[in-house]
Design a protein around this ligand. Structure first.
Ligand code: ATP
Ligand code: MG
Length: 392
């Protein structure tokens, strides 16, 4: 008996002709994610991917933990792989499933036979395996309607697989199948979640962060770094551009009406992010905005922000409540980092009475006082680049 991992790729099954491409991106991502865990081979057949250790060094427990964070995997399981002989199947079922079945009383067996040359039919396999398990574990009984656990036997091309518990995958699409986009990341709760959500749709992330030293501290840059490391556990490596934003913020403060500070600042963010995004061949921008959350996120304010960008702006949190966003932030383990108490450039020079119903012409008039192009191109040029690696 050998323990392997079986991966069923949910949404990919729907992709028709593209499926092969999507699967090969997924396999590549899995290989990269598991590569330092020992020797293994990956096989694909019939919409199932199998990961088989080829040496005793393979760390299956850690592999399972990492696979939970690979997008494109709907569900997966650990399974025993055995020779396609009934005696081997029966023997392995009663040893391999011992722990799984210890704490329950009702179970049932389901069998699937894709190898039609196997001498028993699926119901016959189920009946034999069920009988064997009842004999081996007298505390059990079969309940086909309300089983606490379902034992599955799959007789496939190369081997038979026996497994019990299905593990939930991260879902979504394999990263790399959806192109690349630029995430505007603050140190807040929302933007890391927004990046995670788009990465889940198969998009590779680059990120841009605006820092305004000395108004913002090195700790707030560290925070962004740590947040992206968490996101990178799902998305893979992220290229981070840290943009010096102090000069722009001071110019806005000195030249624009206070009520428009935040909005003008956000429009600068869009322009600079877009400049870097185009250079890096990103096809969209991503922000963590949600309608109504703050004054700069009313529908009209978002419209003014949008008008500064020509790339599409994705706002995956647009209709979410803060508490829904927080649930997600906790799940992806960014929340505790986000609530570290450091300033973001958005909290520098905040207007006392920001405009919630701005008009674009008003905002554009305010910007006339600034040399927008020069400021944007200087900031984009002076951005500092680093790669945030997928730590684990
Ligand atoms: P978050 O938790 O993302 O900070 P927030 O409620 O604080 O959200 P704002 O500060 O108004 O929202 O920012 C809205 C969006 O603008 C953020 O989600 C992010 O995409 C972008 N943003 C804000 N500050 C920065 C920054 N310093 N660098 C890069 N992007 C930023
Ligand atoms: Mg913020």
């Amino acid at each position: 008996m050998q323990e392997i991992i079986l991966i069923k790729n949910g949404e990919l099954a729907l992709k028709g002709l593209n499926r092969a491409t999507f699967e090969s991106v997924l396999v590549k991502n899995i290989k990269r994610r598991l590569r330092d865990l020992g020797h293994f081979v990956i096989n694909r057949s019939q919409s199932t991917i199998t990961i088989e250790p080829t040496g005793s060094d393979f760390d299956t427990d850690e592999a399972v933990e990492r696979l939970r964070r690979v997008f494109g995997i709907a569900a997966f399981q650990r399974a025993a792989a055995v020779e396609k002989r009934m005696d081997a199947i029966l023997e392995t079922a009663s040893t391999y499933l011992r722990e799984d079945l210890a704490g329950i009383s009702a179970f049932k067996v389901e069998s699937k036979r894709s190898d039609k040359t196997f001498p028993l039919t699926s119901p016959q396999i189920s009946a034999e395996v069920g009988g064997k398990l009842l004999e081996a574990f007298p505390h059990l009984h079969v309940d086909v309607h309300h089983p606490e656990k379902i034992v599955t036997v799959e007789v496939r091309e190369h081997a038979a697989y026996i497994h019990c518990d299905q593990l939930k995958g991260a879902g979504g699409m394999p990263v790399g199948t959806g192109g690349k986009a630029m995430l505007l990341i603050s140190g807040g709760i929302d933007s890391p979640v927004a990046g995670w959500m788009m990465s889940k749709r198969g998009i590779v992330l680059d990120a841009v962060h605006f820092a305004s030293p000395p108004y913002t501290s090195p700790q707030s840059e560290m925070k962004v770094h740590d947040l992206l490391e968490q996101v990178a556990r799902y998305s893979g490596d992220i290229g981070l551009y840290t943009v010096p934003f102090t000069e722009i913020q001071e110019q806005i403060r000195d030249n624009c009406p206070e009520a428009l500070f935040t909005l003008v600042m956000r429009r600068f963010m869009m322009r600079i992010a877009e400049r870097i995004a185009r250079r890096e061949k990103c096809d969209a921008l991503i922000t963590g905005e949600s309608v109504g959350q703050v004054a700069s996120q009313t529908m009209l304010a978002l419209g003014c922000t949008d008008a500064a960008a020509t790339l599409p702006v994705f706002r995956p949190l647009i209709g979410m409540d803060k508490d829904e966003i927080i649930v997600r932030a906790r799940q992806i383990e960014t929340f505790d980092i986000s609530i570290r108490p450091y300033e973001d450039c958005c909290t520098v020079f905040t207007p006392r009475h920001p405009r919630t119903r701005p008009s674009l012409s008003l905002v554009e008039a305010a910007e006339q006082k600034l040399n927008v192009e020069a400021l944007v191109s200087r900031a984009a040029q002076n951005a500092k680049f680093e790669i945030i690696r997928n730590g684990r």
